[in-house]
Design a protein around this ligand. Sequence first.
Ligand code: 6PG
Length: 248
Amino acid sequence: MSAAPRIVRAADTAALADAAAAAILEAAQTAVREHGRFTIALAGGATPASTYTRLAQSPFVDAMPWDRTWVFFGDERMVPPHHPESNFRMADERLLSKVPLDADHVFRMRGEAEDSDAAASDYTKQLLDTCPERRGGGMPRLDLVLLGVGVDGHTASLFPGSPAVRETFRPVVAVHAAAAAIPERLTLTFPVINAAARVFVLVAGPEKAKVVKAVLADRALTPAGMVRPTDGELRWYLDAAAAALLPR
Ligand code: 6PG
């Protein structure tokens, strides 16, 4: 039985970035202390950008164990890495290009691949090779998964009604997300998300207040509501606007 989510309220997006960066640092230091490495899956979209920028600044950038950190992605649009809509591009511009990370410690989902199923299989192997700990069904256990939430309740590229939401075996799949501007995507699935030691969901902005209430107060059956680490910690980082409809 997974624990209830811990809700962290921040005054605004700057405070959310500060709180999330501090939490990522704490997770990294704990993971390295406990098993010598820190594996993280970065979220895409716009919300995490300020957190990535903050993590690349003092005091976090100097304290992070970059030499013991391995970076994955929660999902990627099927576009080349330099494409404006690439999740890798955003993370690279805000974080990866600004910190002392070995290139072979960053595992990009190959959005440029012709065969997205093959790209999903390749990524699965990289996850399995880099994350030695296993959980249910042989799932690789990431130390931290960062996620965002769409107004429709999707998370990563797990959209309402998508067969990928019901995936129980594969850690990574290729999806066709009809509702998305860029429908062809690669995504982590719930078995690997919920095998993580920690999942931090970052949500900001008034447009997200309704979905935050639906997931956290009304327990609506959305993909974002299915994020429940089996034996890990779940935190939702919300700015005041996104938390506006939650009971105090
Ligand atoms: C993506 C993300 C997606 C994102 C939500 C929220 O590739 O689009 O993985 O799940 O987190 O759509 O996006 P915003 O942060 O831009 O609102």
